[in-house]
Design a protein around this ligand. Sequence first.
Ligand SMILES: CSC[C@H]1O[C@H](OP(=O)(O)O)[C@H](O)[C@@H]1O
Ligand SMILES: Nc1ncnc2[nH]cnc12
Length: 295
Amino acid sequence: MKDKWVIGIIGGSGLYEIDAIEDAQWIAVRSPFGTPSDEILFGRIGEVEVRFLPRHGRGHPISPTELNARANIDALKRAGCTDVIAISAIGSLREELEPGRFVVVDQFIDRTMNRASTFFTSGMVAHVSMADPVCERLSGLVGAAVEKAGGKVAHGGTYLAMEGPQFSSRAESHMYRQWGADVIGMTAMPEAKLAREAELPYALVGMVTDYDCWREDEAAVDVATVLRQMRANSEVARRAVVELARSLPGVRSASPIDTTLDTALITAPSARDPMLLAKLDAVAGRILNRSSGES
Ligand SMILES: CSC[C@H]1O[C@H](OP(=O)(O)O)[C@H](O)[C@@H]1O
Ligand SMILES: Nc1ncnc2[nH]cnc12
């Protein structure tokens, strides 16, 4: 029963630490899926346990394409997280989502192509639903927390995950707008898929840093622009994390996402790969330990 909140925070570009975390200690968490981006900062904000992981590592050594999102999500699960909030720099594909705006994302279009995007490979196949890819409860709480912290929030928006690390061409940027995408980034996929497979409710707060390259009268995005805007916004993001911790109900009630795998596993117990099952001890231990005798 996950009745005590343990909030995982994935910090994106420009967000490599959070000072408000008390009793903070960096701890290396090992994962059978490889090396996570960094150690995890264990601590608490008031009464709420938090675990902070800088997505690209401290100092930003890791490229979006080479991020080991499986190791990151697995390590957060091993670190006891019940829920995950991801924070990202994003480009805007809409006039009304101006730089400085926070977008609580609720849909994704996944255009990544070079990344391990599932824990459930041959030997233990599972198909989870990504129809509603974020946790509505957590997204609501985090949106309210950003507003309390002084941020201007768009509640909902479709995030186009591109492979990168190069930014988009103008033709791609226009095409993504036609597809209905509102914002663009390089990291939230497969992160959000993996969080769902690990039964971790996930919310994504994007901070708009630029208009990508679709606007005729604006210079195309570059890293300096992203970082300048992130510096301006990251204090609000940090305050929002504190507001979120303050706003959480004392007891965590169950989320339907906590039991995602109940209806997702398809490989018969007799056809399962014991080596893979061992690796899935954190991600799927809840159900694998229970269903080992079922067909
Ligand atoms: C520094 S510009 C591009 C870089 O920023 C975003 O990172 P994150 O999502 O981790 O904040 C974007 O996805 C790219 O990785
Ligand atoms: N325009 C953009 N494209 C991809 N990732 C981004 N991160 C921040 N701005 C971005």
